[in-house]
Write a protein that binds this ligand. Sequence first.
Ligand code: ADP
Length: 419
Amino acid sequence: MEQNLIEDIGEFQLLYQKKGLDGVKREINRDMKSDEEELFFRLFDKDGMRIYSSDLSSWGFLPDNQELIKQVFSTEELIFQSMRIPGEEYEVKAVYGLIAPDTLIYFGESTEETENIITLLSNVFIVMLIIVIPLASVLGWVMAGRAVKGIKEVSRIASEIEKGKLEQRVLVPAQGDEITQLVDTFNAMLDRIWVLISEMKEMTDSIAHDLRSPLARIRVISESVLSNENTPPTFRSAASGTIEECDRLSQMINSILDVAEAEAGALQVTKQKVNISQLVQDACELFEEVAEQKGIKLTCRLQKDCYIYGNIQELQRMLANLLDNAIKYTLANGQVSVALTCNRQNIEIMVLDTGVGIPESDQARVFDRFFRCDQSRTHDGFGLGLSYSRAVAHSHGGDIELSSSLEKGSCFIIKLPIT
Ligand code: ADP
């Protein structure tokens, strides 16, 4: 409002220069006609005498402040006033200022209009606060929830895939927005990875398969060299080394083919009723001696009479792999414990050891073909045992979970449904 008053004074000064005092009076009258109740004007000469005044009937008693008039004439500066008129509800903002060296204007206006606007704005703001903001928040929350739902699903599946479940796909949401595009691209990428991995596996399997016969022939030739009495001793030792390597290689090839077979078996398992309690008991007895020789204490706590439908040979090998690893990767004086529990739906076999443990970064990969942790390279193995075991668990509708902590030990839990 003060800014308006300053601008008005500037206009009156210009008007005075162009049209003199009469021009200013005419302008005052014009302003009064348009906004009579809100405005007042007074003009004074250098002696502080009132030379003109607007209609003050609606302004009650409004004093002239001779002190201020004198001050303005001497300093030529504006003096603003905020005051309350008795009987009036609203404040008045007024100003004393010169429009010519010998003429002073004192004018002002009621703050009624401004205050009404402020009150209106406050009311609108309060309504917004009460209605619009909660509504907008709820709407925003719902919309953000919808937008984030797709992303959450993508990241959930991504973490499943990180654990090795490559066959997972994200369900495409119905609405055709950016999330749908993201999901489509993500699924297409997974399809492509799946195809590449399947092709790689097929290639490994067929190489393994094709290597079998030449390997067998190399072994036969080496055997004949070894059994020939005329073979010099250096050739004899070379032939025996070749036979050893052939055996290792063919063991590895067989393991690759077993894994491939077990993975293929995910579609068709020849199931029979297996007493899993007995099967685990037998495995414990089988490995007791190996553990004892290494100075490891093997304990088994088995719930009796747990049965599942499955392939007995595959289940035996799966368990043997886990027990073999637990003993292999545990130092002397360590402990390996096996526990079996079952209920109406599932069985759980836990193989726990106090061995070297598996670094967190490797835990998702130990089930991959040929993967071996760095610290295990000194031990025998091809890195195929766990991928075989997981393939068997999958083909029985279950899975193997791993938790491990480096230098403390590992815990593998086989979870299988009963039927
Ligand atoms: P391997 O023939 O090398 O034992 P596996 O597939 O059975 O192959 O295991 C893969 C890798 O996982 C192993 O090389 C080893 O690094 C790690 N591993 C498996 N079981 C254990 C265990 N109980 N403790 C520590 N490391 C283990």
